[in-house]
Design a protein around this ligand. Structure first.
Ligand code: DGY
Length: 321
């Protein structure tokens, strides 16, 4: 008998077809967001679920499905899953690391550049028909070249962000729980480990690349924003909850930092209404890893984890301790 799998969000049709050849698949190609009740109902009797960051696999959900063997997240971040509860219940949890590093780092730079040079703001101006003549002092932005890039969280994506700064003749400083090995620091444009306070005080452009956890919840709040330069820009491509959105809205409104590029939000898909009133933010809907090639690689990676988990092998990207 084929193992039963719930694929909770739409995926590439060919990826789904391959899964259907091996498993008895309940899919959601119309891609509606399951309510907690529907998720619970559709998980009944399933051996595994393939989910994204939108589905919350709480201890309660996990406990209600004792037959569950694996939760395969199509994302590198897995804060949507209670890994401790899964581990206790003997459920394997997997993610999709590495395949998205370069694409997500590209996107950090997209937001950084758009922010620094006020791309969104000036495009809105143009679309609103407000451009009447060229002006010498119009939409003056911040330089990127020759400035200091700060990175909070120096895992593989952080390092990929740092490497890209070489062409911009930037200095890189970073803060991370641990120092990178000297050869990795060298590859990351000679990145220098500094205290969190030094990072906040000295970065001209600060990129957040931290996983979300109880430890990193609101790691950027009012006190941290107050340490930053008034000319600094902030980019968040990681997870919303690491920034206190209320404090960020205040800082942007009062010009305590220059601008922010945000791909993730505390309560996404809901946005703090303050962001929508501010000209100095670039807002995008969690698309950091969203290139065609990378999303395919993520789907393939999650499938490989699923196949391994349900055939009694160790999945390549097991996250349980
Ligand atoms: C990830 O892989 O964690 C991305 O943010 C998509 O959820």
């Amino acid at each position: 008998m084929k193992a039963k799998v719930l694929v909770a969000r739409a995926t590439f049709p060919d990826v789904l077809e391959r899964l259907q050849q091996q498993f008895d698949v309940d899919s959601n190609q119309e891609d509606h967001i399951f309510s907690p009740e529907e998720l619970q109902r559709r998980m009944q009797g399933k051996d595994a679920v393939v989910v994204t960051a939108s589905e919350k696999l709480t201890a309660e959900v996990i406990a209600a499905h004792p037959q569950l063997k694996a939760i395969c997240n199509v994302a590198v971040g897995y804060n949507n899953i209670d890994v401790a509860a899964a581990t206790q219940a003997g459920v394997m949890v997997t993610n999709t690391p590495d395949v998205l590093n370069e694409t997500t780092a590209d996107y950090a730079w997209t937001l950084l550049m758009a922010n620094a040079r006020r791309v969104s703001e000036s495009e809105h101006y143009l679309r609103a028909g407000k451009w009447k003549h060229w002006r010498f002092d119009q939409f003056l932005g911040a330089d990127v070249h020759g400035t200091t890039l700060g990175i909070l969280g120096m895992g593989r994506i952080g390092q990929a962000v740092a490497r890209r700064s070489m062409g911009f003749d930037m200095q890189v400083i970073y803060h991370n729980r641990s120092h990178l090995a000297p050869e990795l620091e060298a590859r990351a444009n000679n990145a220098r480990h500094v205290s969190k306070e030094e990072l906040l005080r000295n970065a001209d452009h600060l990129v957040l690349v931290l996983p979300y956890s109880a430890e990193t919840h609101h790691i950027i709040g009012a006190a941290e924003l107050a340490l930053m330069k008034p000319t600094a820009t902030l980019v968040n491509i990681a997870r919303g909850g690491i920034v206190d959105d209320e404090a960020l809205v205040d800082a942007l409104r009062e010009g305590r930092i220059a601008s922010a590029g945000l791909d993730v939000f505390e309560n996404e898909p809901a946005l703090h209404p303050g962001f929508l009133t501010l000209p100095n933010v670039v807002l995008t809907p969690h698309i950091g890893s969203g290139s065609e090639k990378t999303r395919r690689a993520m789907a393939d990676c999650a499938s490989a984890n699923l196949v391994a988990a349900l055939s009694g092998q160790r999945p390549p990207n097991l996250v349980n301790p």
